[in-house]
Design a protein around this ligand. Structure first.
Ligand code: 48N
Length: 315
């Protein structure tokens, strides 16, 4: 098979604001970029990042954890409620959680029907195997979902940012309610014992969706925090693998575990002590979508002022 190099792109002069610009797209050795000052790069990043932080200090929904459950929730919410300010907090630099590979580091991702409908909604091709479908590489699912979520104008992702605590308040009914999250840059959160106190930041929101995955250094974060703050008795601890029991249980039990906090994905298995499903991801998709429905229910049934629930909408 003879490899023919593509003809080099002819030298293209770029016009910016109508003026001929020294930028030249040329692959014969004369490629030139438009000139830039270092400060322009810094200011372009700083302005946007801190404008987002100012704007999202009060959000409508905070999603903790950008794994398959959290991202499915974000997509479902953002596509149905374009007016909601949705803020995703992800501890890792790389969002996506455990959905970059299938099981035991193998590439393909199995998704049981009816969760394949979501693949068609976001445009991920798959092979149909009857009761389930197979995406040729898990990264195809996760990268497509991530790109769709980040393309929504009402979604802001703060990755490399950890939720270190939950904001709690006593609401208008005298009930303990989750009212937002406490955050720090993850590298700071991981180094509290190497420095004197490095205080966190806060994001207020009437609904927090927590999808922080299996128990681990940061995982099952809210489930463990609810126990340590006395808002839930004990951690249920995930049970053994049983695909046919686990996936419907997690989807159907996705719920508001305490007022203001909806729990989804494998974190819920830790909370409830339900079975795990292993390398099949339909339950995460369904749980994320159910969590989005829960968030919409809470918001539509509440009077909200400055990110706080101050009353009920009369039926
Ligand atoms: O992918 P995960 O870990 O969690 P889920 O629930 O979205 O998906 C779970 C799924 O990948 C499985 O485990 C599969 C189905 N296997 C099941 C089985 O039986 O083994 O995503 C959680 C995300 C991660 O990206 C974490 O970095 C992030 O949450 N995270 C946090 N982000 C911010 N603050 C925190 N405190 C925090 N803790 C975890």
């Amino acid at each position: 098979m003879s490899l023919t190099m593509e003809e080099p792109v002819a030298t293209k002069t770029i016009h910016i604001n109508g003026k001929k610009n020294p930028a030249v797209e040329d692959y014969t050795g004369a490629y030139r970029f438009a000139p830039i000052q270092e400060a322009e790069v810094s200011r372009a990043m700083i302005k946007r990042y801190f404008t987002n932080m100012m704007d999202r200090a009060v959000s409508d929904v905070v999603i903790v954890g950008a794994g398959s459950a959290g991202l499915s929730c974000a997509y479902s919410l953002a596509s149905r409620q374009p007016d909601l300010k949705i803020t995703i907090i992800e501890a890792n630099v790389a969002p996506g959680g455990g959905a970059w590979l299938g099981g035991q580091l193998m590439s393909s991702m199995v998704i049981r029907k009816p969760a394949d409908a979501f693949l068609r909604e976001i445009g991920v091709p798959y092979e149909d195997e009857g009761n389930f479908v197979v995406v040729k590489h898990a990264a195809l699912f996760t990268s497509t979902l991530l790109s769709r979520v980040l393309a929504f104008p009402n979604v802001v992702l703060f990755n490399a940012t950890a939720v270190e605590d939950l904001i709690t308040t006593t609401d208008y009914e005298g009930t303990q309610r989750v009212a937002g999250v406490v955050t720090n840059w993850t590298l700071v959160a991981l180094n509290h014992d190497t420095q004197s106190c490095m205080d966190p930041n806060t994001i207020t929101a009437p609904v927090v969706i927590t999808a922080t995955g299996h128990d681990g250094p940061m995982g099952a974060f809210s489930a463990k925090r609810l126990v340590s703050m006395g808002l839930s008795k004990e951690l249920g601890n995930m049970r053994g693998l049983d695909m046919n029991v686990s996936e419907p249980a997690i989807v159907n039990r996705t719920r508001e575990v305490v007022p203001g906090l909806v729990m989804a994905g494998m974190e819920l298995a830790e909370q409830d002590g339900s079975n795990r499903m292993g390398p099949t991801f339909g339950g995460m998709i369904g749980s994320g979508i159910k969590a989005a429905h829960e968030a919409i229910r809470i918001i539509q049934s509440s009077k909200i002022s400055n990110g706080k629930i101050v009353g009920k909408v009369s039926a």
